[in-house]
Design a binder for this molecule. Structure first.
Ligand SMILES: [Zn+2]
Length: 266
């Protein structure tokens, strides 16, 4: 899965030190995350099969499920004891931190899915339940990077997507991608601890973009932008250009009140 992820991310435009999750999230409309495809296809085929069994069949499947779940819980490496479609399903759930010890009730934090195998909608419901969880966990992984604090609740990619579409030159596109993916070398992603531009210790992304006197393209923010920065302080926005989803309503209002060009600058 790691190799598949890497291959798909490279196809989607991942740069050398860039984050796989970020590029797969940004290009989710054009490129599908291979993990998402595998999990949703598995759950769909399993429940399409389950839908054909009668009540006794579902009860037998539940018994198997409970036994398998216990065996997986006891195993050190879950996948090594997976033997069939039910145990694979249980292991996918365990990988996603979904509590599925009761086959008819899947729980992920405050989200609960009651499984009703006789209803036609079960395939769609299970699939969308897991899709949401996979997306949630991807966002959390993105937000766990030191330069992307605040992105854990999801990111609105409208502006980055528009920027990437609107530029014609390859170099600019590459530069934009480097910013969004956090691939500018700094001490949080494998870069050196001492800044090679000014000799300062502590090459954080913030140092490079806003504090370093010698970094090419470093910015001195004008006062009105600094005021906005105080209002919306998340690092993911100022260091990576990732707008946290929770700001989307505010951003829409700002976009309505200003003209497009000014909004893009903001
Ligand atoms: Zn510096």
């Amino acid at each position: 899965m790691k190799t598949m992820h890497a291959a798909v991310a490279r196809h989607a435009g991942r740069s050398r030190y860039g984050s796989t999750d970020t590029i797969l999230d940004m290009t989710a409309r054009e490129v599908q995350d291979p993990y998402l495809i595998v999990v949703t296809q598995h759950v769909e085929s399993l429940f399409r099969m389950m839908a054909r069994c009668n009540r006794m069949g579902w009860e037998a499947a539940q018994d198997t499920w409970r036994v398998v779940w216990k065996r997986l819980e006891a195993a050190k490496h879950g996948w090594s004891v997976v033997t069939g479609p039910i145990s694979a399903m249980c292991q996918y759930l365990r990988d996603l931190q979904v509590d599925g010890h009761d086959p008819s009730r899947w729980v992920f934090e405050e989200r609960v899915l009651e499984i009703k195998p006789y209803e036609v909608s079960v395939v769609c419901q299970t699939s969308s339940f897991l899709t949401d969880i996979i997306k949630t966990q991807r966002s959390r992984r993105m937000g766990s990077a030191s330069s992307a604090a605040g992105a854990g609740g999801g990111v609105d990619w409208t502006v980055p997507r528009r920027l990437l579409k609107s530029v014609r030159t390859k170099t600019t596109r590459y530069a934009y991608r480097a910013v969004f993916q956090g691939s500018i070398l700094h001490n949080g992603n494998g870069g050196k601890d001492v800044c090679k531009f000014c000799g300062d210790s502590g090459t954080t992304l913030r140092h490079l973009m806003y504090e370093c006197p010698s970094f090419p393209g470093g910015m001195r923010l004008p006062g009105y932008v600094l005021a906005e920065k105080r209002r919306f302080p998340e690092d993911c926005l100022w260091l990576r250009g990732m707008l946290p989803l929770k700001y989307l309503p505010v951003a829409r209002m700002l976009a309505l009140s200003e003209d497009d060009e000014e909004w893009m600058l903001l």
